[in-house]
Design a protein around this ligand. Structure first.
Ligand SMILES: C[S@@+](CC[C@H](N)C(=O)[O-])C[C@H]1O[C@@H](n2cnc3c(N)ncnc32)[C@H](O)[C@@H]1O
Length: 351
């Protein structure tokens, strides 16, 4: 549906102009679609809602979809303008916990023992609770936490789904975000849910399960902070000397080139005080600008930005040991483990 709607919006200046109400760096398709989606939640009888399975609709995509979208935007222009001007893109995709777990496994092989966990760009902090979820890789349960949230992911090109190990003790969990989501606020929760795509009924149930779980635990908090200026200080305030795993997933696309360098400089500074492992699930082209020591990023891999690279950069003082662990769909719907430490993933067909 979003593919059809994107084509419709792209060729309609009136619809495109809606995004001019958003701050420049927020003018993303996902923001417009989420704003419309959030209004639809309380307008389930509308012509447009009939197309949205997450709002109980059953109508297949047809040539009336874009006109219905356009009419809905016209009818609710004031509400849309307000949302687009005030809100920002906010997603929290717990499938990315597969990347986090693989990254932590890798850290364990080099630095066994307890670790602290900090997610930068944590949104509502749902990934910080990665060890409270059930995992189903290729439909096979690989843990039995009997959780209200199930993380499912297809494993491609590997000889088995047994790729997750038991995680170590997590001494503390902290999220840092420019705009943290307060899950006790029903409005904020609804805004997060609005980023689920129309057909993703199961994803919506998963997100709600994770939110319910997070609401009943005080294990993790997300504080307001900027990746580019606050990371090192916030890491220095963590007690203990165990390694800190800093997880980022879909953060770099929010940062300018200069800001990405500033974030990496923050990691470098923090690694002078204690071991820091940056575990990432990010677009290859953006990772290629962060001075990772990964030869594959100097080749065609750096152009494959419709995929995410999962990997880890283990840092102590000025030294870093960087490794790619796999290539994935950006939402971790599937993951392909790296075949060896120099894999450039040319064996995975391009789109
Ligand atoms: C696409 S969301 C990803 C959230 C989460 N990491 C996940 O994978 O579900 C990106 C998050 O980064 C946050 N963000 C963007 N720029 C930031 C910055 N400079 N410092 C801290 N957080 C930032 C946004 O507020 C948003 O919550």
């Amino acid at each position: 549906m979003y593919e059809t709607l994107s084509e419709g919006v792209a060729s309609d200046n009136g619809l495109l102009a809606l995004l001019l109400d958003a701050p420049e760096q927020q003018r993303r398709p996902s923001l417009l679609f989420a704003a419309v989606n959030s209004l639809l939640a309380s307008r389930r009888g509308s012509d447009l809602a009939a197309y949205y399975p997450i709002h109980g609709g059953h109508r297949a995509v047809d040539d009336q979809l874009v006109p219905a979208f356009s009419a809905f935007c016209g009818q609710h222009r004031d509400d849309l303008t307000r949302l687009l001007a005030q809100r920002s893109t906010q997603t929290n995709e717990i499938r990315r916990c597969v990347a986090l777990r693989l990254g932590i496994d890798h850290v364990q092989r080099h630095w066994p023992g307890p670790v602290a966990l900090v997610e930068v760009g944590a949104s509502a902090g749902l990934n910080l609770l990665f060890d409270r979820y059930d995992y189903r890789l290729d439909g096979e349960a690989s843990s039995a936490a009997a959780s209200s949230a199930v993380v499912s992911c297809e494993v491609r090109g590997s000889s088995g789904t047994n790729i997750l190990r038991t995680p170590p003790t997590i001494t503390r969990r902290l999220g840092i975000d420019q705009h943290p989501i307060d899950l006790s606020d029903p409005d904020a929760r609804a805004w997060l849910e609005a980023f689920i795509w129309p057909e993703q009924v199961e994803e919506l149930a998963t997100l709600r399960g994770a939110i319910d779980l997070a609401a009943t635990t005080a294990a993790a908090s997300v504080v307001t902070g900027d990746a580019t200026t606050d990371t090192a200080r916030m890491l220095s305030e963590l007690p203990g000397s165990e390694p800190v795993v800093v997880f980022t997933a879909s953060l770099l696309s929010y940062l300018t080139g200069q800001a990405r360098n500033a974030f990496v400089a923050q990691l470098r500074e923090a690694a002078h005080r204690r071991p820091v492992a940056w575990v990432f699930a990010e677009a290859p082209g953006l990772l290629a600008t962060t001075a990772l020591d990964v030869p594959a990023l100097r080749g065609p891999l750096a152009q494959r930005n419709s995929r995410y690279l999962v990997g880890a950069s283990l840092r102590r003082a000025d030294q870093h040991h960087d490794q790619l662990l796999g290539l994935a769909d950006p939402y971790l719907r599937w993951f392909s483990p790296a075949r060896d430490s120099t894999d450039d993933f040319q064996w995975i067909p391009t789109d």
